[in-house]
Structures are given as structure tokens and as C-alpha cells.
Ligand binder design. Structure first.
Ligand code: ZN
Length: 268
């Protein structure tokens, strides 16, 4: 159940950025598939009856579906997710799929690859770029910029497709080494100064450089600054709601993260 209708008018002023989700996005579908294959129930604490909103995975009192921004972008994102990632309520690949319309998601396995993934990587409309530290790839594969189309020919230029390995760091290294279908693709290595901008924020979140932050950086590199900033603000809103729920405190709808997101969405 989405709660969009429970907050009528909250984002009425937004231009085209609040499209109510009509169907589950790629990560939501992957989660459902993964749950269906699971031999034992995945236990994640929910509300009083254990319930979580299927739209945002938060307990109903902290649901943020009403403020979900959807941004049409030229760039796309392809998430290769380690087995357990789609099941984690804190997975931030989900937030990318919320915001970026053209988000694709596939479960990763060492011994098999989805035909749909191979078809996507071979689709001539996309220029796939594997986002990974350049020090782990052959030097001739490494790029530090995304192709930005010339103003005169945007229609014929390929759209960047950021391939993100959504996993813990040891898993991601294994995925990078053992996915031969990625070996011919350029590796987009984020520059140290871009990363360091976020290192300052790591302590705030208390965990590693997360997948949504990487996607935000990539969108910025592709010239999609509005989508980049919006994803970043939405991540902060999600983090706030997630932590408030964890500590059994109410979300602050007037707080800094919400305000920043509303400004970006043109609602204030
Ligand atoms: Zn929700």
C-alpha cells in the first residue's frame, strides 16, 4: 500500500517530479523474486505486527512514499545485487530505483547470468560503464568522465548506463573479478576529490560509501545535477526516517533533510 493519497497536496506544487508509482520498480521486483526463492522466512523487524510498507520498507508510521521523487534522466542505472542485498531494509539500491526511472536490477551469481542483463549491456542505446575503483582494472579500461553528448547531436549519442555492484566491499570485489561479461566494458573510477567530498559524511552515517551515494556522484558526472542532488537529499530523508524508526522516535517532517528535498522538488 502506498500512502500517497494520505498526504494530499503535500507535493502538489512539484513540477513533474512526483509521479505516483504505478507498479513495483526493479529492486522491488527483485526482492519479491528473492523472497519467493527463499527456503526460510527473512526476518526483519517491522511495526507492532511486524508490518512494513511495501513501497519504502519502513514501518507504516515512518512511511515516506508520499515524498518519493521520480526524476526522468538521460542516464540509467543497472544494479548488480549480491544475493542478500534486495532483502535488506537498509539497502539503498532501492532508493536509486525510486528516483531514477531507468533503473534495472539483477541478482548476481557466480555461475550464471540473466539473459536480460546481457541484452541490456548490448543494447545500442546505452553506453555501460562499470563503476569501480580503477586500481583494480587494467589501465586501458579506466575512465574518469562520462561521455556528455554534444548539444547538436544529443539524440544520437549513447546514454550512459552506470553498472553498480550493490554489495559489501569483499562481495563487490569478487563480483568484479568473476563477471566475464563485464570485462569488455569501461571502468568508471571516481576521482579521489569526488570521493573525499563524501568521506566527510561517512562518519555521519557511520557506515561505508553507500550505493545511492555512488549513483548520485555518477549522475552528477553525467551532467544530471538535479537528479544527483535529489537522490542525495532523498537518501538523507530515508536515513533520517530509518534511524528515527529504529530508535522509536517520530520522523521530523519539517527537518533539514525534508526541507532540502522539498526545495529541489519545487514544492517550497
Ligand atoms: Zn511507504
Amino acid at each position: 500500500m502506498h500512502t500517497t493519497l494520505l498526504f494530499p497536496g503535500l507535493f502538489q506544487a512539484a513540477a513533474c517530479t512526483t509521479i505516483p508509482p504505478t507498479q513495483p520498480h526493479a529492486v522491488s521486483r527483485l526482492r519479491a523474486e528473492r523472497l519467493a526463492r527463499s527456503s526460510k522466512p527473512f526476518l526483519a523487524r517491522g511495526g507492532p505486527k511486524g508490518e512494513r510498507c511495501p513501497g519504502c520498507r519502513l514501518v507504516p508510521s515512518h512511511c515516506l512514499c508520499a515524498v518519493r521523487p521520480v526524476i526522468p534522466t538521460r542516464a540509467g542505472v543497472c544494479l548488480l545485487m549480491a544475493d542478500i542485498e534486495p532483502l535488506k531494509p537498509s539497502n539503498t539500491g532501492w532508493l536509486i530505483a525510486d528516483v531514477v526511472l531507468d533503473t534495472f536490477a539483477f541478482g548476481w551469481a557466480r555461475t550464471e547470468v540473466a539473459p536480460d542483463l546481457l541484452a541490456l549491456l548490448a543494447d545500442p542505446q546505452w553506453q555501460p560503464l562499470v563503476v569501480f575503483p580503477g586500481e583494480f582494472a587494467e589501465a586501458d579500461r579506466v575512465v574518469t568522465q562520462t561521455p556528455v553528448p554534444a548539444p547538436v547531436s544529443p539524440a544520437v549519442a549513447k546514454r550512459p548506463l552506470f553498472v553498480l555492484l550493490d554489495a559489501t566491499w569483499p562481495e563487490a570485489r569478487k563480483m568484479f573479478r568473476k563477471s566475464p561479461y563485464l570485462n569488455h566494458l569501461p571502468v568508471l573510477s571516481l576521482a579521489p576529490e569526488q570521493v573525499s567530498r563524501y568521506v566527510l559524511r561517512r562518519s555521519k552515517r557511520g557506515d561505508h560509501f553507500c550505493t545511492a551515494e555512488v549513483a548520485s556522484l555518477c549522475l552528477g558526472l553525467a551532467g544530471e545535477s538535479h537528479a544527483s542532488l535529489t537522490l542525495d537529499a532523498y537518501l538523507d530523508v530515508f536515513t533520517h526516517h530509518y534511524l528515527q524508526a529504529k530508535h522509536q522516535l517520530p520522523p521530523q517532517w519539517e527537518g533539514e533533510a525534508h526541507h532540502r528535498l522539498q526545495v529541489l522538488m519545487g514544492a517550497v
